[in-house]
Unconditional design. Structure first.
Length: 292
């Protein structure tokens, strides 16, 4: 018993007392064994809680770092349009733009930059509401084929400008139960992403996959695969795989973050698959239970 209690002092609870008598020694041995088991269980529980606390602290540090980076990125994105608006507004005030043509140009720049900021702020508000769970999805039944055709139709000029001939495998008419506005937002972000990353083959292909209780919408673009190390980062706000900040392309790196936030809010999956000739992004919708 003395040897075992010395081991207990060193937090070694592997050995038990072998005394089986009914006298005081037996009772003491039983108490030592009970104490050993209790201490062992308590220390294991404390170790697990310490590990959980350590992970929570690391997570909070990561979130704080992301918050700082987020603020830095937002400041960067707003700084340029604000400077342009201020510069052209001052030009109008000082009557530098003497002709109607110049004045119209100055006003056009101000309106364009204001619109860009408005879109960025709206996306940020949407993303914030989604991630904090303060956004409500208004779900109803609608034909996903009609939505896909409507959204791809809106991209007609963009496709034409970039020499892209998109394809859509329509198949049987399919009704889903989802938020049509947010579904359109997801598809729009996926198509924007596809147009930006498509290679010289100019192939963009939209298709749907009907499963028992769900419908998977897939958007493929020919181009380079997404590296493994970037597979999680692409869903992060303001992350760009090409790190270049090209304002003309109006790419703020928020689109895929919004997609993931909507899907998470709806409890549905989203992601991408690297294929031999390109990348295919997908998102899940609930199949309507009623027939159309």
């Amino acid at each position: 018993m003395n040897r075992i209690t010395r081991k207990m002092k060193d937090l070694d609870f592997s050995e038990k007392c072998e005394i089986k008598s009914k006298d005081e020694f037996g009772q003491l041995a039983g108490s030592i064994d009970d104490l050993s088991e209790s201490l062992d269980a308590t220390l294991k529980e404390l170790s697990q809680k310490n590990e959980a606390l350590k992970k929570e602290i690391e997570h909070k540090k990561a979130v704080e770092e992301m918050r700082k980076q987020f603020i830095t990125n937002v400041s960067h994105e707003l700084k340029t349009p604000l400077s342009l608006i201020q510069g052209y507004a001052e030009g109008l005030e000082l009557n530098i733009a003497s002709s109607d043509e110049k004045r119209n140009f100055y006003c056009g720049v101000i309106k364009e930059e204001t619109a860009k900021m408005g879109r960025l702020v709206k996306d940020l508000l949407d993303l914030s509401m989604m991630e904090t769970g303060n956004l409500t999805l208004y779900k109803s039944e609608f034909c996903v084929d009609e939505l896909i055709k409507r959204v791809t139709g809106k991209f007609e000029k963009v496709f034409l400008k970039n020499g892209i001939e998109p394809k859509y495998a329509e198949g049987e008419r399919t009704v889903v139960y989802a938020d049509s506005f947010r579904t359109e937002q997801i598809l729009t972000n996926y198509l924007n992403n596809a147009v930006y990353h498509v290679d010289e083959r100019k192939e963009i292909f939209v298709r749907k996959e009907i499963q028992e209780n769900s419908v998977i919408v897939r958007v493929f673009n020919s181009g380079r695969n997404i590296p493994e190390e970037e597979s999680e980062k692409i869903w992060t706000s303001f992350y760009r795989t090409d790190s270049a900040r090209t304002r003309e392309e109006e790419r703020y790196g928020i689109g895929l973050s919004i997609v993931k936030a909507i899907c998470d809010l709806d409890g549905k999956s989203c992601g991408f698959v690297n294929l031999p000739d390109g990348v295919e992004f997908f998102f899940e919708l609930e199949k309507a239970k009623t027939s159309d």
